[in-house]
Design a protein around this ligand. Structure first.
Ligand code: ADP
Ligand code: MG
Length: 253
């Protein structure tokens, strides 16, 4: 399959409460690629992810976001999701009064409908989701519980990966999905992400730590600082970071 562009961001600047958080940032991501975005706390990584997903609190001052050749800069978040964008949140929200199974089925069926594919009734959906739950080594009891309610940090992250898998998105942005995972869970989640990856989708891993990148080898690593991507390199950048810190990268720019 030929590679094609999945996401292009041109000269994006974003502010909130008169503070510039994303500063003239550009990036281009093709199908079949895994990109990692690393950077210190507060460098703007989560803001970038949320702006790509269409979070309404941020003001776009300039620039554009193109998903699959479509300008989504001002598109509603639901529509972006139907166009194939998935964001796993750094801090997944708890939804009280909604069971995980219902939530996942509604999300799945909305996606199916948008693709003119058949929707699934609760029983057929349960069969499908049951297999996916097993592949991520979650207990099926998590389906009957309310979304993320009382889930541990690691369980919430697994639940995000379960969603990613079900929705079969074209571009999955995973914001610190590795944080809070013990080493076994990290391996399971990494395996799932590697299995999810195909030649026709793309993954963006936002992470602080090199350890995730031992399991999922990115094609590109971008270093973010003060809302800008200050360096782009290959997987070796993570090793350099782990050993010598962010300042060593800056010293070499
Ligand atoms: P990262 O994910 O890289 O740790 P964030 O994107 O969460 O960074 O935050 C980047 C900067 O933007 C931080 O200084 C943060 O305090 C600021 N920021 C994010 N959201 C808001 C907000 N709603 N109001 C004010 N400042 C914000
Ligand atoms: Mg963050």
């Amino acid at each position: 399959m030929n590679t094609k562009n999945i996401l292009t961001i041109n000269n994006l600047s974003v502010e909130i409460n008169n503070k510039i958080i994303i500063d003239n940032l550009s990036i281009s991501i093709n199908t079949g690629e895994v990109h990692a975005i690393m950077g210190k706390n507060g460098s703007g990584k989560s803001t970038l992810a949320k702006v790509i997903a269409g979070h309404p609190n941020y003001n776009i001052i300039q620039g554009s976001i193109i998903l699959n050749n479509q300008d989504i800069t001002y598109m509603e978040p639901e529509k972006r999701s139907r166009e194939g964008l998935f964001l796993a949140f750094q801090y997944p929200v708890e939804i009280h009064g909604v069971s995980n199974a219902d939530f996942l089925r509604l999300a799945y069926n909305a996606q199916q409908k948008a693709r003119n594919q058949p929707e699934l009734d609760p029983l057929s959906f349960f069969e499908l989701v049951n297999k996916r739950v097993q592949s991520i080594e979650m207990d099926t009891s998590f389906l009957a519980r309310n979304v993320n309610e009382g889930f541990s940090g690691g369980e919430k992250k697994k639940n995000e990966i379960l969603q990613m898998n079900l929705l079969n998105s074209k571009l999955a942005i995973l914001d610190e999905t590795d944080s809070g995972l013990d080493i076994d869970a990290l391996k399971i989640v990494s395996n799932n992400i590697n299995n999810f990856k195909t030649a026709s989708n793309s993954i963006v891993l936002i992470t602080h730590y090199e350890r995730l990148l031992n399991y999922i080898v990115p094609d590109y690593i971008h270093i973010m600082e003060n809302g800008k991507l200050i360096h782009t390199g290959n997987a070796n950048v993570a090793k350099q970071l782990e050993r010598y810190g962010y300042d060593s990268i800056k010293a070499n720019i």
